[in-house]
Write a protein that binds this ligand. Structure first.
Ligand code: HEC
Length: 418
């Protein structure tokens, strides 16, 4: 009897203790969200008074039809700007706020219309080109000395439509390739530059072909942002062989400076080809055949890897990302999130705030503008802090949505003094 009593106590008390520890919030559903809006919001936002031109009255379970309004609601709640609950006179409890926001965001994502814009041909912009050269050869070359500025569309210089190609520009790329090549191929053994390129060094003439194939396949994989195919390597090997033969067949004393050594000269010719190839200069995405207008499709994993990497870091995918994509594992949501976090933690994701957010939020003009004289406290440290704070958002969740206006803590809206 006594035992049964304790057992009963254990069964009733322990679970409720656990529940208290976990601070439970009832799971949300369309019905609970509707009840919340009805009790907390509809007194103002209804179809009679239309406060702020917004009504939250009625059925909001049809997420797809209420996207715009619900996105606004999410923003309002996440920034903690909704009024206090009229019933209790206090703000939403943080756990409940998170639950409501999570449910709404989840439903909005699930009901998001598929993105159908055709990929187009996306030429690397100048920053991306410089990064590509750095990643390929560990070679720091100021891209502004190699290429002209990119045209921009509404302030963005990485939109496919803004990045055309003219005969003059094509010629510039050829020249840039020659300059880079010269720097790379003439770099001595043992330097960082050499290491990335010379993945092997032939010790005899018979080893040259095998080694050249390895070097070319390695560079192609990184330059084209996908595993090198047999066709890629074969085509480039022909160029290598023919240049190499030219040198061999030229007597020493007739060989031009810089084209002295057959193996190096062959590799240099192949490199020049790679650096002017459209697979390198463009982020190419291939549409599946027989698409009908408006039809959506999944981009390939390798295309996904490129998009992710260019978006976050303004550069091509690294080995880890390429490898996951090539093995068809990148799309797994767990892997994708892990990789995204890994890349955001990498200092190279600065590029996201510098290049994307810098253009999106027009942060670049932060360097030039000064506020009205009515803000006498504005000084250079504040300018720097403003820039840094916006940059900091990349480490937070959501990555960009609220970068422009708020910190992450929902109850502390930050007001910038401009
Ligand atoms: C006491 C009246 C009142 C209540 C209750 C109220 N709001 Fe508002 N709401 C306003 C007013 C006034 C504005 C316009 C000023 C502003 O944006 O803060 C507004 C603006 C908004 C906007 C911005 C609309 C836009 O087009 O940008 C959203 C979103 C919003 N409210 C959501 C909510 C949500 C969600 C709730 C319930 C949690 C809520 N409001 C409760 C008065 C109210």
């Amino acid at each position: 009897m006594k035992n049964a009593f304790f057992v009963a106590i254990a069964f009733t008390v322990v679970p409720s203790l656990l529940l208290i520890a976990a601070r439970p919030v009832a799971p949300q559903s369309a019905a609970t969200i509707k009840a919340f809006l009805d009790s907390d919001c509809v007194s103002c936002h209804n179809k009679e008074s239309w406060v702020a031109n917004l009504s939250l009255e009625g059925e909001f379970t049809q997420i797809g039809q209420n996207r715009e309004v619900l996105e606004k609601v999410v923003r309002k709640l996440k920034s903690g700007q909704e009024p206090k609950t009229s019933i209790t006179g206090v703000k939403l409890e943080p756990a409940r706020r998170r639950e409501i926001v999570a449910w709404l965001e989840g439903e909005l994502d699930r009901n998001a219309p598929a993105y159908t814009s055709p990929p187009g041909l996306h030429r690397l912009n100048r920053t991306e080109y410089g990064n590509a050269i750095k990643d390929l050869f560990d070679l720091d070359m100021d891209p502004t000395t190699l290429l002209p500025t990119d045209d921009s569309t509404r302030g963005f210089d990485n939109i496919a439509g803004a990045l055309g190609m003219s005969p003059e520009l094509a010629a510039t790329y050829v020249k840039a390739a020659a300059t880079i090549n010269h720097n790379v191929v003439t770099s001595g053994a043992g330097t960082a530059i050499g290491k990335k390129l010379w993945v092997c060094r032939p010790t005899s003439a018979t080893e040259e072909t095998t080694c050249a194939r390895r070097i070319i396949a390695n560079i192609v994989t990184h330059a084209y942002r996908r595993p090198a195919s047999m066709d890629d390597v074969n085509a480039l090997m022909e160029i290598y062989q023919s240049r190499r033969r030219d040198v061999v067949n030229t007597p020493y004393y007739f060989r031009p400076p810089g084209a002295f050594e057959p193996f190096h000269t062959g590799i240099e010719a192949a490199l020049r080809e790679i650096l002017t190839d459209r697979n390198f200069l463009y982020r190419r995405e291939v549409e599946p055949p027989n698409l009908t207008a408006g039809q959506t499709y999944r981009i390939s994993e390798l295309e996904l890897a490129s998009r992710l990497s260019y978006f976050l870091c303004s550069r091509g995918p690294d080995d880890a990302l390429l490898d996951l994509a090539a093995r068809g594992q990148l799309r797994d949501p767990v892997v994708l999130e892990r990789e995204t976090r890994r890349m955001l933690a990498d200092p190279r994701a600065e590029a996201l705030s510098k290049n994307f957010a810098g253009q999106w939020l027009n942060l670049r003009s932060l360097e030039r503008v000064a506020p009205l004289p009515s803000y006498p406290d504005f000084d250079e440290p504040l300018r720097a802090a403003m820039r840094r704070e916006t940059g900091c958002c990349r480490q937070q969740q959501p990555i960009l949505v609220h970068c422009g206006r708020y910190r992450e803590e929902p109850d502390v809206p930050v007001q910038f003094p401009i």
